[in-house]
Structures are given as structure tokens and as C-alpha cells.
Design a protein around this ligand. Structure first.
Ligand code: NAD
Ligand code: UGA
Length: 464
């Protein structure tokens, strides 16, 4: 079979960009991205896409209506597809068995049941979402228990490694594409068919093939390793602050060893994003279920250290402000979990903001890409506060950094947006209450210059 039509279930941060790049690079393939959410699909079909991602607008503009379609007509797109990506969300379970750790596979199961109900011809079903090891077995069981006569399925694992903010570059210049499948003749054939899609633009040497379970586990392992590096450097940032060492110098020296490498060693207020914590918790739960408590405890420490880092930073803000922020105006610069995205899922800024609000602060928040409603949504969420009305009264959202800092006792920088580096800090100092405090949670500002202006400055991993 030569793949002519692809359907993707889930038009989120992964499904949207991934399929847009497939459509760009494979003009001979018709790609339809579907979602249950009418709103989301309407946004994909409008001038304002539902997610901010550098370069994405251009790709969508080039392909939409040509060989890229966004649709809520899931039935037609499943019926006509040769290959179906499942790119639905796999959040941490909030209720029941494994609550707070296990991945909630209800959307994966829902997608598999949709395919089983609708399909009338052979399909290659590709697990693109991040899932626990052996999840492909669940999809397989559902599909094969409901197969119509003459319909055959192959299930592949093809996890996604893109990072938000650099998704288009990551997809166009992938260091590796990973495809896992069954070790049968049919399984190997399905792997080759998906390889053919990627080989439109990815060199064959960058496409790795494995068995299904290795592929599923490699995705969890890659995120666990990345997060572990951040927790490792963050743990050392505390040692630096206590001793006078500088974490940036330590990272530079350690990273120069080619066995360690320089990337992903930026100490910060802690990692955020929808995946690191969720995927490590998933690995922890899996290890516990496999009766491997030492393995579970090892990875648990990566998450615990991240919580410690967020708490440590926030405590420093409060203690520096004479141990009380009640009724003080505090400017929060940056609310997304990293620069170049509007995504706020698990953003450290949520923890920092909600703790300051609990202590009675009045927050003035500015982020270049996060929508007002999204900030309110995060800070009034039932898991964050039991007093949403009170919270609403104490936050004000601004459309510039300068208006957020005016009259503030402190500026707390939570996201490393480039524009924060080039603000006029003399002007900011003049507009703030004195003593004026800056807490640089991302180590991006020129601390010497700020001290010279008169600010009290604190950052991560360095005594000033
Ligand atoms: P998302 O929440 O942005 O998007 C998921 C979409 O799936 C939602 O719009 C939802 O409405 C839709 N959906 C759910 N069930 C559906 C169904 N049966 N049919 C059609 N649509 C359905 O999630 P995301 O950030 O795109 O993540 C998706 C998966 O990819 C997760 O498993 C995540 O761990 C993984 N992942 C995410 C990233 C990332 O950067 N966000 C990177 C790599 C992997
Ligand atoms: C991460 C991985 O990098 C992707 O490979 C993976 O596909 C994705 O998760 C996923 O599975 O969802 P993402 O979360 O989008 O991508 O962004 P990262 O660049 O990894 O940053 C995650 C968090 O770590 C951010 O809060 C960032 O500020 C923080 N970080 C990153 C640090 O604190 N220090 C660093 O050195 C690097």
C-alpha cells in the first residue's frame, strides 16, 4: 500500500504542527487533522491559529486547502485514510486507581473505539501520543475485538520529540524519527510504509526502527533524562547560592565534557510544560506496577527536586520582601512555561503566582503571548485555589511590561522571553517603589547593570 491519505485524531500542540509539516513535505499525500472540539478546528481554519508557534502560520498558509485540511468530520476522514495518527491528550489521572501518577488513557481508548466503529478498510494506526509501555496492546485489543470482516490493522508507535517554541524546526530537521512495530512480516511492512512518509524529507539514517515496546519506553526515557538534567543542575544551583559558586560557570565547565554535553543545563525556577512531570509520573507508576520500587524512587526525586526549586524561589521572594507581601504590588513578567509559546500548562509561574496570592499580594502580570483568559483560567482553577473570586480581584493583566511594573515593590521574572532582556531598566526602576527588587528566575538579565541602577537583585544559582 502506498499511503495517499492520512487522518490525525487530535488537533493540539502535536497533531497540528506535525501534520502541517507532513503536508508541507509530502504534497502527494492528503492530510486531514480532526478534533472533537469544533472551536479548535474553527481556529485552525481561521487567520488566528489556536497555538502560537514560530513558523507555523507560514506552513499552514502554504498547505491549508491544498493537501492539508482541518475538520470535525472524523467519520469521513477515518473512512478514507490509509494511515491514522492518534495524537490525543494523555493527561495524568485525577481520579481512581493511579490518581496523580498514571496516564489517563481514556482519550486513547476513545480514539481506538472510534476507528473500530468507523473503519471499513485496512488501516495503519499510529500511536503518536506519549503513552505508557504496552499501550499499543490496548489499542490492538480494541481494534481486533471489533474488526469488521476483511479489515486488518497494524499498530505502530511513533512518539513525537518536538519541543514547543521550536516545533517547526524540530519537525523539519528532526535528529531522529522513531518508529516501533510488531516483529511480524506485516508489522515490518507497516513500519516501512511510515518510513516512506518521513523519507520525503528526513534522511533514512535519522529514522530508527525498533519493536513497539522499545519505542514507547524510549519516549518516556527521553523526557525523563531531559528533566533529570534540569533537576540535577537546579539541585546544584542551591549549592551555588550557599557557597558562592556560580551555576552558569559550573554548567559551562561540566558541559564542556563531551560525554555530558552543554545543552539542557540551564538552571531555572523549575521545569514546566505539559509533559515532563506527567511523563515521569507515568514512568514512576509503571515502575511501581512492575514491582520496581527503587526505580520508581529514583525518578520520583526528579519531580520532588523540581517542586523544591519552585518553592525555594518563591520563598526567597517573600523573605526578601521583609517576609510579607500582603497588599504589595508585585509584577510578574512571563507566564508561559518557556519563551516562544503561549502554553501555560504546568508553568512554574502558576505556582509562584498562586503562592504570592495566598500571601495576600496584588499581582500585575504581563506575558507577550498568553491570552488574558488563560491566566485567569490557570489561577482560578479549583486545583489552585478555593477562592476564585478573591483571586480575580487581586490580579491585573497588562499588555506591556512597563505598565505591569509601575508602582510595584518587586519584579519577578518567570519566563525567559527575549524582550525582557532589552527593557529600559532605569525607567523601570524610576517607576517602582523603593527599595526596588528584581527576582530573575531565568538568569537572563544583566545583574551588574541592575545593581548599578540601584535594584536589589536575586537570581538562581548565584549570590549577588
Ligand atoms: P492537546 O491537548 O493540545 O491536544 C489533544 C487534542 O485531542 C485536543 O484538542 C482534544 O480535543 C483532542 N481529542 C481528544 N480525543 C479525541 C478524539 N477521540 N478524536 C479527536 N480528537 C480528540 O495535547 P498535545 O499537547 O497535542 O499532546 C498530545 C499528545 O502528544 C500527548 O500524549 C503528549 O504527551 C504528547 N506530546 C506533546 C508534546 C507537546 O509539546 N505538547 C510533545 C511531544 C509529545
Ligand atoms: C519537552 C522535550 O524537550 C521534547 O523533546 C518533548 O517532545 C516534549 O517535552 C514533550 O514530550 O512534550 P517542551 O516541554 O515543549 O519539550 O520544552 P522544553 O524545551 O523541553 O522545556 C521544558 C521546561 O524545562 C521549560 O519550562 C523550560 O524552561 C525548562 N528548561 C529547559 C530548563 O529549566 N532548563 C533547561 O536547560 C531546559
Amino acid at each position: 500500500m502506498v499511503i495517499q491519505k492520512i487522518c490525525c485524531l487530535g488537533a493540539g500542540y502535536v497533531g497540528g504542527p506535525t501534520c502541517s509539516v507532513i503536508a508541507l513535505k509530502c504534497p502527494d499525500i492528503k492530510v486531514t487533522v480532526c478534533d472533537k472540539s469544533v472551536d479548535r478546528i474553527n481556529q485552525w481554519n481561521s487567520d488566528k491559529l489556536p497555538i502560537y508557534e514560530p513558523g507555523l502560520d507560514d506552513v499552514v498558509k502554504q498547505c491549508r486547502g491544498r493537501n492539508l485540511f482541518f475538520s470535525t468530520d472524523i467519520e469521513t476522514s477515518i473512512l478514507e485514510a490509509d494511515l491514522i495518527f492518534i495524537s490525543v491528550n494523555t493527561p495524568t489521572k485525577t481520579i481512581g486507581n493511579g490518581k496523580g501518577r498514571a496516564a489517563d488513557l481514556k482519550y486513547i481508548e476513545g480514539a481506538a473505539r472510534m476507528i473500530a466503529d468507523i473503519a471499513t478498510s485496512n488501516k495503519i494506526v499510529v500511536e503518536k501520543s506519549t503513552v505508557p509501555v504496552k499501550a499499543a496492546e490496548i489499542i490492538m485489543k480494541i481494534l481486533r475485538a471489533n474488526t469488521k470482516p476483511g479489515v486488518e490493522y497494524q499498530i505502530l508507535s511513533n512518539p513525537e520529540f518536538l519541543a514547543e517554541g521550536t516545533a517547526i524546526v524540530d519537525l523539519v530537521e528532526s535528529e531522529r524519527v522513531l518508529i516501533g512495530g510488531e516483529e511480524t512480516t506485516e508489522g515490518q511492512k507497516a513500519i516501512q510504509e511510515l518510513c516512506w512518509v518521513y523519507e520525503h524529507w528526513i534522511p533514512a539514517k535519522n529514522i530508527l526502527t525498533t519493536n513497539t515496546w522499545s519505542s514507547e519506553l524510549s519516549k518516556l526515557a527521553a523526557n525523563a533524562f531531559l528533566a533529570q538534567r534540569i533537576s540535577s543542575i537546579n539541585s546544584l544551583s542551591a549549592v551555588c547560592e550557599a557557597t558562592g559558586a556560580d551555576v552558569s560557570e559550573v554548567a559551562r565547565a561540566v558541559g564542556r565534557d563531551s560525554r555530558i554535553g552543554p545543552k539542557f543545563l540551564e538552571a531555572s525556577i523549575g521545569f514546566g510544560g505539559s509533559c515532563f512531570q506527567k511523563d515521569i509520573l507515568n514512568l514512576i507508576y509503571l515502575s511501581e506496577c512492575l514491582n520496581l520500587p527503587e526505580v520508581a524512587a529514583y525518578w520520583q526525586q526528579v519531580v520532588s527536586l523540581n517542586d523544591y526549586q519552585k518553592t525555594r524561589f518563591t520563598r526567597k521572594v517573600i523573605e526578601s520582601l521583609f517576609n510579607t507581601v500582603a497588599d504589595k504590588k508585585i509584577a510578574i513578567l512571563g507566564f508561559s512555561f518557556k519563551k516562544n509559546t503561549g502554553d501555560t500548562r504546568e508553568s512554574p509561574a502558576i505556582y509562584v503566582s498562586s503562592t504570592l496570592l495566598d500571601e495576600g499580594a496584588k499581582l500585575h502580570i504581563y506575558d507577550p503571548k498568553v491570552e488574558y483568559d488563560q491566566i485567569f483560567y490557570e489561577l482560578t482553577h479549583p486545583l489552585v485555589t478555593s477562592e476564585p473570586e478573591k483571586v480575580k480581584k487581586n490580579i491585573q493583566i497588562h499588555n506591556s511590561a512597563y505598565s505591569a511594573v509601575s508602582g510595584a515593590h518587586a519584579l519577578v521574572l518567570c519566563t525567559e522571553w527575549d524582550e525582557f532582556k532589552s527593557l529600559d531598566y532605569k525607567k523601570i526602576y524610576d517607576a517602582m517603589m523603593k527599595p526596588a527588587y528584581i527576582f530573575d528566575g531565568r538568569k537572563i538579565l544583566d545583574h551588574e547593570a541592575l545593581l548599578n541602577i540601584g535594584f536589589h537583585v536575586q537570581t538562581i544559582g548565584k549570590r549577588l
